[in-house]
Design a protein around this ligand. Structure first.
Ligand code: PEP
Ligand code: MG
Length: 846
């Protein structure tokens, strides 16, 4: 790119781009093209600024030529993305004794002296890098204070304050160019996503004073409310000012709109105000954005100094994108691309007010987004009691087990000391949309005393108020101020547009009618995973479940299961009715049975009473069910093979429910999924029994039953043997939680303990339970998909582990032409938007 000029006078036709001169310079050119009254400006390219940092100054005469005999200038940074920051602007370059004298005659001695003082101070601190404590602005801007400051400058540098505008400007440019290369500045911008070699451009602009005779001043104006995204004129105007004070000190500011401080800008300068409205509208239409306009009024004449994109909340981001598309300013596709999917996740949940002071107790893993406050409770029973009293509570546990499910339902938030992003608390929390922080291992808990202690020794007792911020992973003392969830019309509209571009299905993992309703509200295309075991922790079922586990022999077990059958049937009826017209994939029972048994003495005693058995017998039976490695033990399809009555009962409940809802006119497409499969024969055996139950129900009800039977691929062997397995399965759903656990040989419940050490030292780029490991686990999934298709050409492929809502997993599934992803209901909107963005991006590429 040899034709890039080191210095470019900004005119409508000058060759300029944001990638060469920075966003501010390019935006100024756009404002010039729109005929806005922008003062004369010269842009310095990234390369020019790089050379300046290395000591090679551009031709200063050429730079100063457009600004006349006595240049008076401002210099502002212009990086590619304004969010990357940059050195502070320097105003009033060219101020010297001669200009001070002229200005004194023009605007008065005090005003001129104040400007000179501010320039010397800014030059001394930012350019000459002198001690700021020696250069504070005096209360009175008079000849003595100016002399004192100029003397201090000379004393500190052994040179008089430079009077030559060219010297001043060269030094300002050099200091700004070097500041960009400083380590802190570099780290700060890299943290905001800037590349290592991000460049800095600079813009040198004729000063528009804002101080003088007649109406003079400066201000900023926006045409949208940055929090709500609704149209609104907001801003500040301060007369006789250069703008800096406007930001620092609102006292005495002349507000744009009338308030008790005095007349509004509109009343003082109706013409200027009307012009600003026109420019605002023009900027919105032509720059295709809501812009904040920075302006100066000089002797009643408006000057536009700059315009930047309005900083905005997530809610406003969505509203603004939709409004711009609705007004025909941007296409819908672009509106969809403009919203960061993570911003949606913020809108779905209450959040801690970003401006609130945070009294941090401890930090853990952010496992389920949103924030809630409540009183500490240490057991599920206390959580239920608290809910019954109408008192919001936070359930604090070392880790949760399925027994805690009712306590979790009752709590406003959950905090655990152990576990990672796929631990029980995390999975359930996300499913319920409940804020959850797990793995807060710096917290200790003394259950006997009912006390938890933070890493700094602070103690909190049951009943104390805390806030769980599941978005950041922070636990805060007290009740933090919150922003409510904001699901408005714009949110729905944006997602409907996203669905028009998306080319992969999005379903929800939903276990209960409440989850299913959430899934439906978020427009999931169906349920991709219903973990049926969660239904057995509800209401009085746990007791019956325990009786079933303790049953002696198959007949007794069947008798107890007969009592569970109507309960399961009711569950499925409710689920199918809510999901009418959609697909529901029901996973047969998966967890090890002992998860349903009590783990402490009090629980064992209750159980002994309930079963009318002596305590020692109960203890012995519970111990007998204990496994060394339950996640690799008697669970999933292994239970289905060893104790087939359980799956028989579930299949029966599913088919009975299908018949019942079918009679009520509900159309439902049901899929039955077998978990933890590792061999084709397991599928054959289960399929035979399930088909047998279906035949029996068909014969009895005289109803056609259409269902599909499929397999959850979550063991490495199932992925490797997918070709055989697909011969007996109409769909394969990859359970990447267990698949990650087994591929890495890494316990999903214990990995949280050392994961941060692993990630910090670069052993793993990311926590593989959080971000799909495309290289390893992904290879198994891809291989399983390919082999599955070899076994059955039209096998339906999906992924339902916790990764499923993430960008990495959706991109992976699109690449391998999967049919859908299935994630927790509250991630469905995020997944819909992400999938649309990936589809749009790939269309642009191809
Ligand atoms: C999985 O293993 O990925 C899965 C979805 O099942 P669960 O988390 O219930 O083990
Ligand atoms: Mg699993």
């Amino acid at each position: 790119m040899t034709d890039i000029q080191p210095l470019t006078l900004i005119t409508p036709t000058a060759a300029m781009s944001a990638g060469v001169h920075g966003g501010r310079a390019k935006c100024l050119q756009r404002l010039v093209r729109l005929d806005m009254p922008v003062p004369m400006t010269v842009a310095l390219s990234f390369d020019t600024v790089r050379s300046i940092a290395q000591g090679h100054m551009p031709d200063m005469n050429a730079l100063l030529a457009p600004f006349g005999e006595q240049p008076f200038l401002s210099v502002r940074p212009s990086s590619l993305d304004p969010d990357w920051g940059g050195p502070s602007a320097v105003l009033n370059v060219g101020m010297n004794d001669a200009r001070h004298a002229r200005l004194s005659a023009d605007i008065g001695v005090e005003a001129a002296t104040a400007i000179y003082l501010r320039f010397v101070q800014s030059y001394a601190v930012h350019v000459a890098r002198l001690d700021p404590d020696e250069f504070f602005l005096p209360d009175v801007a008079d000849a003595d204070s100016l002399k004192a400051m100029l003397d201090t400058y000379e004393f500190e540098t052994d040179e008089p304050f430079p009077q030559d505008a060219s010297v001043q400007l060269a030094e300002v440019l050099r200091s700004m160019a070097r500041a960009w290369d400083g380590t802190t500045a570099r780290l700060l911008r890299q943290a905001k996503g800037a590349p290592i070699d991000a460049g800095l451009g600079l813009v040198v602009q004729a000063m528009a004073m804002g101080v003088g005779q007649g109406e003079c001043g400066s201000g900023v104006i926006e045409f949208v409310d940055a929090t709500s995204g609704l149209p609104k004129i907001v801003g500040r105007y301060l007369s006789q000012s250069q703008g800096r004070e406007t930001i620092r000190d609102a006292e005495g500011a002349m507000y744009l709109n009338r308030d008790d401080r005095g007349p509004s800008l509109e009343e003082r300068c109706p013409d200027v105000f009307a012009q600003l409205l026109v420019f605002g509208d023009l900027a919105r239409k032509k720059l295709r954005e809501e812009m904040q306009i920075k302006f100066t009024i000089e002797h009643g004449v408006l000057r536009i100094l700059d315009a930047i994109r309005v900083q905005r909340s997530s809610r406003a981001t969505v509203r603004i994108a939709v409004a711009l598309a609705n007004d025909g300013i941007i296409p819908r596709e672009e509106a969809v691309m403009r919203v960061e999917p993570a911003a949606l996740s913020e809108l779905l949940h209450r959040q801690v007010d970003p401006r609130a002071k945070r009294d941090l107790i401890v930090r853990g893993i952010a496992a389920s987004p949103g924030a809630s406050a409540g009183r500490i409770v240490l057991t599920a029973a206390e959580a239920q009691a608290s809910a019954a009293r109408g008192e919001p509570c936070v359930l604090v546990r070392r880790e949760t087990t399925p027994e805690d499910i009712r306590g979790m339902h009752a709590a406003q938030a959950v905090l655990t000391m152990r576990g990672g992003v796929t631990s029980h608390a995390a999975v359930i929390g996300r499913g319920l949309g409940l804020p959850c922080v797990v793995g807060a291992s710096d917290l200790s808990i003394d259950r006997k005393k009912g006390v938890i202690s933070g890493p700094d020794g602070r103690k909190f007792t049951a009943g104390d108020l805390i806030t769980v911020d599941g978005t950041t992973g922070q636990i805060l003392a007290g009740e933090a101020p919150m922003h409510e969830a904001a699901l408005d019309g714009a949110f729905q509209t944006l997602l409907e547009w996203a669905d028009d571009y998306r080319d992969i299905g999005v379903r929800a993992n939903a276990d209960t009618p409440a989850d299913a309703q959430a899934a439906r509200n978020f427009a999931a295309e169906g349920i991709g995973l219903c973990r049926t075991e969660h239904m057995f922790f509800e209401g009085d079922r746990l007791g019956v479940m325990r009786e079933m586990i303790f049953a002696e022999g198959s007949d007794d077990r069947r008798a107890v299961l007969d009592r569970l059958l109507p309960m399961q049937r009711d569950d499925f009826e409710a689920l199918f009715t809510i999901m009418a017209g959609k697909n529901v994939c029901v996973r047969l029972f998966d967890p090890p049975l002992h998860e349903f048994l009590p783990s402490d003495k009090a629980g064992m005693r209750d159980l002994a009473e309930q079963l009318a058995l002596p305590m020692p017998e109960v203890t012995e039976r519970v111990n007998a069910l204990t496994e060394y490695n339950p996640m690799l033990g008697m669970r999933g399809v292994r239970l289905g093979i060893a104790i087939p009555e359980i799956y028989d009962m579930q299949a029966r409940a599913i088919f009975d429910a299908m018949v019942a809802v079918g009679k009520a006119g509900v159309d439902i497409s049901v899929e039955i999924m077998i978990p933890l499969v590792s061999a084709m024969r397991e599928v054959e055996l289960v399929k035979t029994r399930v088909d047998g139950v279906a035949n029996a129900v068909r014969a009895k009800s005289k109803t056609a039953l259409n269902y599909r039977l499929g397999v959850m691929v979550e063991t490495p062997r199932a992925a490797l043997r997918a070709q055989d397995i697909a011969g007996h399965a109409e769909f394969l759903s990859f359970g990447t939680n267990d698949l990650t656990q087994m591929t890495y040989g890494l316990s999903r419940d214990d990995a949280g303990r050392f994961m941060s050490a692993y990630v910090q030292q670069g052993v793993y780029a990311e926590d593989p339970f959080h971000t799909l490991d495309v290289e390893g686990v992904g290879e198994l999934v891809a291989l399983g998909a390919e082999r599955g298709r070899m076994g059955r050409k039209d096998v339906i492929l999906s992924i339902c582990g916790e990764h499923a809502g993430s960008r990495t997993a959706i991109a992976f599934c699109r690449e391998h032409k999967f049919d859908y992803v299935s994630c927790s209901p509250f991630r469905v909107p995020v997944a819909r938007l992400t999938a649309a963005q990936l589809a749009i991006a790939s269309k642009v590429k191809s």
